[in-house]
Design a protein around this ligand. Sequence first.
Ligand code: NDP
Length: 297
Amino acid sequence: MNGEILSELILGKTISESIYTELKERISSLKSKGTTPGLAVVLVGTDPASEVYVRMKGKKCEELGMHSVTITLPENTTQEELLKKVGELNNDKSIHGFLVQLPLPSQIDEKTVINAIDPKKDVDCFHPTNVGKMLIGEPEFLPATPAGVQQMLVRSGVDTKGKHVVVVGRSNIVGKPMAAMMMQKGNGADSTVTVVHSRTKDLPGMTRQADILIVAMGKPNFVTADMVKDGAVVIDVGTNKVDDPASPKGSRLVGDVDFEKVKEKASAISPVPGGVGPMTISMLMANTVAAAERAAR
Ligand code: NDP
């Protein structure tokens, strides 16, 4: 590449709006046949960030005309009590999908709880059955954040076929499923995938090879312009709260990518906020609608 690169913004906020428009049609079709898609969210304790996410999910359900249930349990809830609630939701016909908001208090084992969720209602796609199905290319659900990233690429017209995708981060929630999805056969995938993490030698040397760079580290502004190839597509999953005395709140959200500098080099880039964040909720809603459609068949 030479000369100026005018980078295109990949705005999850805008893309998610068109997803909601499509979902509304599917929801009204389901309702006309007597099914209202239902999502339940279980929140244990009073983690402020979790409370915000749970409120956002409930609000979006209501906007879409879906049935929404929020179950709030006290911080000292036992694992048995939570498992009982999970069992009730598994058997509740009005609930097509549900999730238990993470993190959970230390007396509760997250894996035991996730394993107790009926895979058909596991709209977070954390249950090992659903992770396995995704890996073999026969997904029941796709995990919301990586699915959101994939939709951002597809709906922005980014060609992924044969492209080198470098995923920074290997968490079970973002990095690993992201890599697994991009290496599948088909539209929005068919990529050659490299996953890098904190034990990777020469991280900048690896990220510079990316045609499409997907960053999910949780390290504010870590990816600098010298780590990005000219013309690369950059998707920033990172969501980090940093101090900002100039802001009325005293803080602001930034991604893992040094947006201002990297946008001078990238052909397309997603901002934070307004990038991956809004996509995650839209994919959760899409999973719930898909679960309701399957249940209604
Ligand atoms: P984790 O902390 O679980 O994983 C972070 C990953 O980044 C790890 O694999 C870690 O490597 C790697 N990493 C950390 N530091 C470095 C480094 N210096 N060099 C190379 N690799 C490094 O985070 P998540 O995957 O859950 O989340 C990542 C970010 O995405 C966070 O900011 C989070 O808030 C955000 N997020 C945003 C969502 C959204 O909807 N927008 C949804 C989910 C997450 P190692 O494994 O070796 O430790």
